[in-house]
Design a binder for this molecule. Structure first.
Ligand SMILES: [Zn+2]
Length: 465
């Protein structure tokens, strides 16, 4: 039997990256390859061994280098959240820790020796707590390390936004007695996340099967369910409350199962471990060029929407790459391209055809070019309702920009088409309209959301340009 080791998985990673590097992949394509083929190399191993910091940093360098072939993103952005301008690849330590936590949760009650060793360390006072036992450390090092990861996760969980309110004193690792968080006294329900999950459907409904009000629930159950949590319960139990109206069995169904549909894998854990390091929305700023050219006060929340735009999975990879680059000011216009491609003129092709030689730079492309402005103006006619913002304004994120996500996507597609066709000679408009129609059709086929929004807001029979 071949036992995978760090060395073999490193070799495998090199092989995978070496192969895919030769193919010209879009940015989005590279992310998919990294997530599907590279990260999975570490998944199996990470349940049994802990990677050293050196190994992790080496692997992250490889991932970052791979994403940066043919494009300059920067290591910092590769591992940053999508909504704050990053590519959204995960830090390897968070990923392996999450895999371990998921593994721990799935198999802690199995009959494996490692699990039994850990289970023997449960606190007799509080079954949910494990004592970090010296015996465990020296005799069952693998179990010990798994337990360490689990405790690391638990700590992060209680610090997580929305969970912290549950634990002012009890189960709060920051208020601990000899490294052990204080357990709540018997009968104490407020503040423990488990309370919520132990509720049954019958606890939630009135005699006529309607959901009790939040106030009633909290008083009756001695809980402190928040409005967000209440709305979650409302949605999760909606079907079961109507369909199984008279079934007593359904009333005994715990809401735990409804609130947490079968979650597999490491994602929910990763979200919590990563959150600690997340860049905050309130610190979001536009790129320097955008800040300089668009003269107004930027708003971090709309800025966040622009940065996340490229992660719309129903768009094709080229558009998604374009949207990422546009938000991060990485779009190369003719002034840039002419520097390393001598056959490319630095002038704006559209203006040149009308006899005016002008350099095509950021200012010209987004603001000054009369041809592009004309195209953008014309494109507005396909909207059933008046488009609140200029299509080009998807780059402008001032407080006044209340464009919906859909409007921003359409504007992004329009900018993409104008950008990719700007140096074409003949039949430009026909080609652009054809391309627009093609993109809309394929995105509608890929997403119900996009399809319904398109039917609602766009007159499909009209050509935008
Ligand atoms: Zn022009």
């Amino acid at each position: 039997m071949l036992i995978p080791t760090k060395k073999t998985s490193e070799k495998k990673v090199d092989k995978i990256i070496g192969f895919w590097e030769k193919i010209y992949l879009s940015l989005v394509g590279k992310i998919s390859i990294a997530k599907t083929f590279v990260y999975s190399q570490f998944a199996y191993l990470s349940t049994v061994i802990t990677f050293t910091a050196d190994f992790i940093s080496e692997m992250e360098k490889k991932l970052s280098k791979f994403c940066n072939t043919n494009v300059k993103i920067g290591t910092e952005k590769v591992f940053q959240e999508v909504s704050t301008g990053g590519l959204g690849l995960f830090k390897l330590l968070d990923y392996t820790d999450s895999i371990r936590t998921s593994f721990f949760r799935r198999s802690i009650n199995n009959k494996d020796q490692w699990a039994q060793a850990i289970n023997n360390c449960r606190s007799v006072y509080n079954n949910e707590h494990f004592i970090e036992d010296e015996h465990l450390k020296s005799y069952f090092p693998a179990s010990y390390r798994l337990l360490q990861t689990f405790i690391k996760f638990t700590n992060a969980y209680y610090m997580f936004r929305g969970n912290e309110g549950w634990n002012y004193v009890y189960n709060n690792p920051r208020i601990a007695d000899r490294n052990q968080a204080l357990s709540p006294p018997p009968g104490h329900t407020e503040g423990h996340p488990y309370t919520l999950h132990k509720l049954m459907i019958r606890d939630l409904v009135n005699n006529n099967n309607t959901l009790k009000t939040l106030g009633t629930l909290n008083t009756e159950q001695n809980t402190s369910i928040t409005l967000t949590e209440y709305n979650k319960i409302k949605r999760a139990t909606n079907k079961i409350r109507t369909i199984y109206k008279k079934g007593e069995e359904a009333k005994n169904e715990g809401i735990n199962r409804l609130l947490n549909p079968k979650k597999k894998g490491s994602r929910p854990f990763r979200r919590i471990l990563e959150k600690k390091k997340e860049k905050l929305t309130k610190n979001l700023t536009p790129t320097r060029t955008r800040e300089k050219k668009f003269n107004f006060t930027h708003d971090p929340t709309t800025e966040k929407r622009l940065y996340s735009l490229w992660s719309s999975s129903f768009l094709n990879n080229e558009i998604r790459t374009f949207l990422f680059k546009a938000a991060n000011n990485m779009i190369k216009l003719n002034v840039h391209i002419s520097k390393f491609k001598p056959e490319q003129s630095e002038l704006c092709k559209s203006c040149l055809m009308t006899g005016t030689p002008v350099r095509e730079d950021f200012q010209h492309f987004y603001f000054d070019c009369p041809i592009i402005q004309g195209l953008l103006k014309s494109s507005k006619k396909i909207f059933r309702e008046d488009f609140k913002n200029e299509p080009k304004s998807f780059l402008i994120n001032n407080t006044g920009n209340n464009a919906t996500n859909y409007e921003k996507i359409i504007a992004g597609i329009m900018c993409y088409i104008i950008f990719t066709h700007r140096n074409k000679h003949n039949n430009k408009t026909t080609q652009m309209n054809y391309e627009f129609r093609k993109i809309i059709l394929s995105s509608c086929a890929a997403s119900n959301y996009f399809n319904s929004q398109t039917s609602r807001f766009i007159q499909r029979e009209l050509d935008p340009f």
